[in-house]
Design a protein around this ligand. Structure first.
Ligand code: 3PG
Length: 400
């Protein structure tokens, strides 16, 4: 709105850094939530008469063009959602990008190819990133940062480019920050947090911070086996991060000292082999209590008693933040734990926030109504780092 008011938009080339990093199976988009979330800002700018240049990363290519990470399928879907043609540039700062931008009329939209096809985007070296940001800046007059899912990355298009152009935050970033602020300042209690996902090492920072903030922390997903092991259980062939055991033990002790309740599963569902996620062929799931996990079992979900326990622990919360699936929800045999947590959030009168690329995709893929949750964040790592209280480069750059 600031930029529109200042006349920085009408007739101008406006660079919109979105996060269109969606899950793909081949060239098929399996969850378009991030593309839909990007639409309102793009529409507003186009309606205000901007020539809108949208840019994003997709996946983690190695700094050079790699067709499996092309944004071409995203351009097609974005066009459908906008109800207008999206011109797709076959590169990010090359001939195709320059010609595509030059061909835009006021109110038209272009999408550049994957920013990470250029090594400068993610370079650690400031000068290398700056050089790429200079090339991006030459394409545009104005910058709008709206890729909330990537604001924790100190990348050229996120961090260096806004310093080179008049800039502002888009509506998605404003909404996301508004919601996450409610979880960090004046949170309504009891505050329960559900954490899942595979690696405990990805969640240590946020757990450390939540030990000061949350009343209750429920843990599922692959990371839970490191917690169960720390409590003295055998976990069979389940995912285990041995090197994290000391820190997990320290967190459990600190939680007890502070009166923060850690809720761990009492039973798990698993199998002796990893399920086939391509064919989704039926596997042979086994349920085991956590004190009797067979030596050959790979834990793949929380069990039926744990689903009841988790639902009960969420029922009387006033605020809930959920990040990370409870199991391998992509396979129907191991989706019940994730489904139960989603349902518990829906049934709870609490203010509920689903954070994370994976958990957000999970609720949609499992068929839940997005509107039944307080907020579904487009940020995975970004929302966790926000909750940790870290300075996020992409937000700091927009304030400058
Ligand atoms: C995400 O999916 O969390 C964001 O798009 C950032 O992606 P990255 O972890 O590859 O930087």
């Amino acid at each position: 709105d600031d930029l529109i008011g200042q006349g920085q938009v009408a007739g101008k080339r406006v660079f919109v850094r979105a996060d269109l990093n969606v899950p793909l199976a081949g060239a098929t988009i399996t969850d378009d939530g991030r593309i839909r979330a990007a639409v309102p800002t793009i529409t507003r700018l186009a309606e205000a008469g901007a020539k809108v240049i949208v840019a994003s990363h997709l996946g983690r290519p190695k700094g050079e063009p790699d067709p499996q990470f092309s944004l071409a399928p995203v351009a097609a879907r974005l066009g459908e959602l906008l109800g207008k043609d999206v011109a797709f540039a076959a590169d990010t700062v090359g001939d195709s990008a320059r010609a595509t931008v030059a061909g835009l009329a006021d109110g038209q939209v272009a999408l550049l190819e994957n920013l990470r096809f250029n090594a400068g985007e993610t370079a650690k070296d400031d000068a290398e990133r700056g050089a790429f940001a200079d090339e991006l800046a030459a394409l545009a007059d104005t910058y709008v940062g709206d890729g909330f899912g990537a604001v924790h990355r100190k990348h050229a298009s996120v961090y260096d480019l806004p310093a080179r152009l008049p800039h502002a935050a888009g509506g998605l970033i404003a909404t996301e920050v508004g919601v996450l602020r409610k979880l960090t300042e004046d949170v309504t209690r009891p505050y329960a947090v559900v954490l899942g996902g595979s690696k405990v090492s990805d969640k240590l920072g946020v757990i450390d911070h939540l030990l000061e903030k949350a009343d209750r922390i429920l843990v599922g997903g692959g990371m839970v086996f490191t917690f169960l092991k720390a409590q003295g259980h055998e976990v069979g062939k389940s995912l285990l991060q041995e090197d994290q055991l000391p820190v997990v033990r320290e967190y459990l002790a600190r939680a007890e000292a502070r009166g923060v309740e850690f809720v761990l599963p009492v039973d798990v569902v698993g199998a002796t082999g990893f399920p086939d996620l391509k064919t989704l062929a039926p596997s042979s799931p086994v349920t085991a209590a956590v004190d009797a996990i067979p030596g050959d079992l790979i834990g793949l979900d929380i069990g039926p008693e744990s689903r009841k326990l988790f639902a009960a622990k969420l029922a009387d919360a006033a605020t809930v933040f959920w990040n990370g699936p409870m199991g391998v929800f992509e396979h129907p045999d191991y989706a019940d734990g994730t489904r139960a947590v989603a349902q518990a959030l829906i049934d709870s009168p609490a203010f509920t926030v689903v954070g994370g690329g994976d958990s957000a995709a999970a609720v949609r893929i499992l068929g839940f109504d997005e509107n039944a949750f307080g907020h579904i964040s487009t940020g995975g790592g970004a929302s966790l780092e926000y909750l940790e209280g870290k300075t996020l480069p992409g937000l700091a750059a927009l304030e400058g």
